[in-house]
Write a protein that binds this ligand. Sequence first.
Ligand SMILES: [Zn+2]
Length: 241
Amino acid sequence: MWGYSTLSTGDVQICPKSYAIAKLASGGVFTGVDLVMKDIVKRVFCNVRPPGHHACQEVGMGFCLFNNVALGARYAQKMYGVERVLIVDWDVHHGNGTQEIFYRDPSVFYFSTHQKGIYPQTGSQDEKGDGDAVGTTLNVPIPGGGGSRKAVIRAIDEQLIPAMERFQPQLIMISAGFDGHKDDPIGGFDLETQDFALLTKKICALANKCCDGKVVSVLEGGYNLSAIAESAVAHVQAMEF
Ligand SMILES: [Zn+2]
């Protein structure tokens, strides 16, 4: 089709408006950070596309052009002096871009649950950060299929929450992908719609405890339109918690 092409990574289609739209997505996250950091609201859901968590510092990939959540974390640090940011990524895929951007940076903790053995093939338990930042990347790869929902919930209870007692984030961001839903055609997890409400409540409870409730959530993947819509609504409703 006229005007359409593909990035060199081969998995991102772009058109003449892509750059402008990708800037709006990242800018939407900046606005979300502003609203939360200025205490206008406690939580925000940024319903933006394209998604971001596969985008690396210098290259877009996996449907992502700019890493919206990573840019949002840096924006919070630069504009509001936030020292420690937690990014919780429950998209069914590993956020290789977010991990790469903060791999040597102890001020941003990256936690990811994702399906083992699928795109982009990164995110093993052995990837823990580098230099001063060893220990501020926490990957929990989980096999697809039955039991994956329980494993995701357990990872938050048993790995993320204890780690945050040490890290003490001042802002929590969520890479909220809904492709872990059981009806998603790409992901192989078995989360139900209401599980996203449960995950949200756990993260909001953590935020209430360590950072005055501040949560900025950013949409990532999700490829079944009904499942993503219902899950996003459950997510937003549970943020009142
Ligand atoms: Zn995904």
